[in-house]
Design a protein around this ligand. Structure first.
Ligand SMILES: Cc1cc2nc3c(=O)[nH]c(=O)nc-3n(C[C@H](O)[C@H](O)[C@H](O)COP(=O)(O)OP(=O)(O)OC[C@H]3O[C@@H](n4cnc5c(N)ncnc54)[C@H](O)[C@@H]3O)c2cc1C
Length: 411
């Protein structure tokens, strides 16, 4: 297939936001080109949660049954263990609707799944190893973008709409001159894998103790593990040495003591520099930011993918008709921001409250490893576990697909 130099919508970045927007536009018959700078989606330690709202979306698209065939884990409750005992943080069985769970699936499988289905639609193109490098701007309007291919050759695509879905270090939003307001985060997160044994009785959950928080996600034959540290604390942790780190892990989760030796060097540990930010303005004429490119979320609650997918649905709902009729204006793009800003602000506000009131004192060792008040309330009033489940599994202002399929496809 020759590389198009003109399309209706070009999307920079094929993460959850770009992939879902590409699928939805192509399904509505809009010509769309999605550029992804990597050659595949195989990147470890990304968000792997498929929320109840996304499972519902897949049903609306007729893809729910195919999705159910992918190997994944379904989780009905999320919990945390303190020095006192186990607590349930979120009970997804209390959610309204068909999906009373969240699914855990490696993000690369999810992106393969979405782009595989999109590729069956005649108006969808995905270009891998295509790195967006800048915007084409004429008379103040974004009219497309430039990208570099795997051989280092520069190309240009012109489009009625250019979408930045290139994540929290978005080069496209920077090229558009859009500025993010940054909110501090008191923590960074270390990610690593530890083997999971058949005999492990533990499930996906968190472990909380004075100054320490560890989250382990059951990935079948391994635990994907997140260890939360105070912001900027990685250097100090490394200076103490790998042996001391392994000992910390074994003290916190004694059942892991027999395998912490699998962390052979710091290369086995990935550091996520936690950032929380959001753009004041998500658009310019001919240009829109969605997902992490518009708002990097804190990892609290694991909701970044949900917001990215919901942005994509809202954007598709609001731009499909004007793109089809060739009447797209910046007002249509402003509508996307107006629709998605309230859920973003409310979710980030809740995350920052948890960061400031709970995580910061915990990581500073100022609170005991005992049971914080919020957990005691969740224990005492289990209905609250349904509210946390709603916040994580569905989120503020869930979006639904508005346009039926106009393009011949498998569904
Ligand atoms: C370690 C880690 C764990 C996380 N855990 C969770 C979790 O459990 N649950 C959850 O909901 N969220 C989680 N998140 C957050 C979640 O992954 C993000 O919020 C979500 O993926 C955002 O989707 P996106 O499509 O906006 O951006 P991204 O997922 O960042 O996708 C951007 C895509 O654009 C590509 N790209 C970047 N620059 C360019 C360019 N110049 N040209 C072309 N392509 C480009 C990237 O390669 C990438 O594929 C986690 C994030 C990290 C880093």
């Amino acid at each position: 297939m020759p590389n198009p130099t003109r399309t209706t919508c070009v999307i920079g970045g094929c993460g959850p936001a770009g992939a879902v927007l590409g699928l939805l536009l192509a399904r509505a018959g809009i010509e769309v080109v999605v550029l992804e700078k990597h050659g595949d989606f195989l990147r470890d330690f990304r968000g792997d949660t498929i929320h109840a709202s996304t499972l519902t979306l897949l049903d609306e698209l007729g893809l729910g049954r195919d999705f159910a065939q992918l190997p994944h884990q379904r989780v009905e409750t999320l919990g945390v263990t303190t020095d006192d005992r186990d607590h349930t943080l979120a009970d997804f069985r209390r959610l309204p609707g068909r999906h009373q769970e969240i699914a855990f699936l490696p993000q690369w499988d999810f992106l393969d799944f979405v782009t595989h289905h999109a590729a069956e639609l005649p108006t969808f193109r995905l270009r891998l190893e295509a790195e967006a490098t800048g915007l084409r701007i004429e008379d103040g309007r974004v009219v497309g973008l430039s990208y570099r291919d795997c051989d280092g050759h520069e190309h240009e695509i012109r489009a009625d709409l250019t979408v930045a879905a290139d994540g929290r270090r978005s080069v496209l939003r920077a090229a558009a001159g859009l500025r993010a307001r940054r909110y501090g985060a008191p923590m960074d997160v270390l990610w690593f894998r530890l083997p999971r044994r058949e005999t492990d009785a533990e499930r996906t959950a968190g472990r909380l103790s004075r100054g320490r928080l560890l989250i382990r996600i059951d990935r079948g034959d391994y635990w994907q593990t997140a260890y939360v540290i105070p912001k900027g604390g990685y250097r100090q942790l490394r200076d103490r040495g790998l042996e001391a780190f392994r000992a910390d892990l074994a003290r916190l989760e004694p059942f892991l003591a027999d395998r912490v030796g699998d962390l052979r060097s710091w290369d086995d540990v990935s550091m996520l520099d936690v950032q929380v930010d959001r753009l004041r303005r998500w658009h310019r004429p001919g240009f829109l930011c969605i997902g992490d490119a518009a708002h990097a979320m804190s990892p609290i609650g694991g909701v970044g993918i949900n917001l990215a997918v919901q942005d994509a649905v809202a954007a598709a709902n609001l731009v499909t008709d004007p793109l089809e009729s060739g009447t797209l204006t910046e007002r249509d793009l402003a509508r996307v921001q107006r629709r998605r800003m309230p859920p973003t602000v409310l979710t980030q506000r809740a995350q920052r409250t948890i960061q400031d009131r709970f995580l910061q004192p915990l990581l500073a060792g100022e609170s005991s490893g005992g049971t914080p008040l919020a957990l005691r309330l969740l224990d005492r009033f289990p209905a609250l576990q349904g509210i946390t489940a709603y916040a994580v599994g569905i989120g503020v202002r869930p979006e639904h697909v508005r346009h039926g399929a106009r393009c011949a496809g498998p569904h």
